[in-house]
Design a protein around this ligand. Structure first.
Ligand code: SF4
Length: 472
């Protein structure tokens, strides 16, 4: 079940950027704070006043990394920020972004959300020709491509560099006097544009725009890069539109994004609520109450309850102040921490037939522990309903379930998963069910459910002619 760092799928990173805003750092802080759910390992901010670049970063939560004094010292009206959860590269301060480098033509900073599937080969190529990398993240390869004389002297430099990358990426780049935003041609990761007065905003999720006072304008198109500088906002496509098939990540909808965000044009709460309705149609069972596993099971449980007519109740209470379980040094402490994180309400579940709704099962250990807690509290029957299909294949695009061995549904059939977890019945939403929320069903990635390799993992490097006219 979600809510634990060992057992839920994890994605790396949230990014946030502003251009043309006095005291940019405090807005960047608030933007990153709103994206904290996308990464808790580290956070960084870099700002520019048009000439001087100032930055601060560290390991931990946004509120731990930046003091109000630090934010005051980050003077500038342009900036980008990042919250990190590592899926490539070690968990250390060097890998906390934005990455800042001094190139022959000045300073570049980069913040990245996603995973580049050809980063290893690009890195090897640059290392063999003498480049020295300062981090172990995949994100840094973009800076090396940009510094490569082959691209540096090309008037379409940034577009040509972006077109070399395969996999999932939402990038924010900063130069002393501009911000550049780019989204991969397959659209795996979300990236939205906002505006407030004359200032431009960029955010991984729209919730961060809303909470920083910006008005949502639109999403970046897959394969688009946007440059904002003192002459305004300019948009360019860095790949030929014709060759891009969409592959938007369904786990953004299922688990990662906040319910108050609009992702890929859909409100996340509404999509999850639809999944709950669909789950009730596909896996109805007689019961006394429906309970969500908070928080990512909330909307789907509501949908299940509405569709089935079975009342919704709160069987788990979440303690928001429990520390991150993945840093607990031993399994006993982690188990205690899990128990503290979600506590069962015996008065609600005792003697009842319960439908438990959660977003996904990855390894299965946490689901097993939750079911055990419900039994201990006196639940008569426990029916687990999962608002996504079984996760049977690893993800290569930035979600942290990297091997099949980590996935319980990869090696076990559904009844074996049920027995391991200890539920009376177990029902997963079908792939058809998860796609039923969307008009254009082919626009979504389902690789971790069906194992069929996506375009980004198979397509050769782009040789398309770029339309970009950027000369930065
Ligand atoms: S494989 Fe799954 S988790 Fe990875 S991008 Fe595709 S839908 Fe998202």
């Amino acid at each position: 079940m979600a809510e634990t760092m060992e057992n839920s799928p994890r994605e790396k990173c949230g990014i946030f950027g502003v251009y043309g805003l006095e005291d940019a750092a405090s807005t960047l802080y608030n933007g990153l704070f709103s994206l904290q759910h996308r990464g808790q390992e580290g956070a960084g901010i870099v700002v520019s006043d048009g000439q001087n670049i100032r930055s601060s970063k560290g390991c931990g939560l946004v509120s731990e990394v930046f003091s109000s004094r630090t934010i005051k010292q980050l003077k500038g009206n342009i900036g980008i920020g990042h919250v990190r959860y590592s899926t490539t590269g070690d968990s250390c301060i060097e890998n906390v972004q934005p990455i800042i480098v001094q190139c022959i033509d000045g300073t570049w900073a980069v913040a990245h959300n996603g995973n580049l599937v050809n980063a290893d080969s690009l890195r090897q190529m640059y290392e063999e020709s003498g480049s020295i990398f300062q981090t172990t993240t995949d994100s840094e390869v973009l800076l090396h491509i940009l510094a490569d004389p082959i691209y540096r002297h090309n008037q379409h430099r940034i577009a040509r560099a972006l077109a070399q990358l395969r996999g999932a990426f939402a990038f924010l780049l900063m130069r002393p006097s501009c911000v550049i935003a780019a989204r991969d041609p397959w659209g795996y990761r979300p990236l939205s544009i906002g505006k407030c007065g004359n200032a431009w905003f960029f955010a991984s999720e729209t919730c961060a725009l809303k909470q920083t006072g910006a008005q949502y304008i639109r999403d970046l198109k897959p394969g688009e890069m946007v440059i904002v500088n003192d002459s305004g906002l300019h948009s360019e496509m860095f790949v030929d539109k014709q060759q891009t098939n969409l592959s938007q990540c369904l786990f953004e909808m299922i688990y990662f994004a906040r319910p108050d965000s609009t992702v890929f044009g859909h409100n996340v709460h509404n999509v999850r609520s639809h999944y709950g309705c669909q789950l009730a149609r596909e896996h109805y069972v007689e019961a006394d109450i429906v309970i969500p596993v908070p928080d990512s099971g909330n909307s789907a449980a509501l949908g299940y309850s509405r569709e089935s007519g079975i009342p919704l109740d709160y069987g788990f209470i979440r303690n928001h102040y429990v520390g991150r379980t993945f840093i607990m040094p031993n399994s006993n402490q982690r188990k205690q921490s899990l128990d503290m994180k979600l506590s069962v309400l015996p008065d609600v579940v005792n003697g009842k037939r319960i439908i438990v709704v959660d977003d996904s099962i990855v390894r299965g250990n946490t689901a097993r522990q939750r079911i055990h807690s419900l039994r201990k509290a006196g639940a008569k029957e426990i029916h687990l309903r999962i608002a996504s299909p079984p996760t049977r294949f690893p993800c290569f695009y930035g979600i942290d379930f990297a091997t099949r061995e980590e996935l319980i549904a990869a090696g076990c059939d559904i009844d074996e998963v049920r027995r391991f977890i200890g539920a009376d019945t177990l029902g997963y939403l079908s792939i058809e069910g998860v796609l039923s929320a969307f008009k254009n069903r082919n626009d979504y990635c389902i690789e971790c459910f069906n194992g069929k390799r996506n375009v980004a993992g198979t397509q050769k490097r782009s040789k398309s002619k770029v339309e970009c006219t950027c000369t930065i």
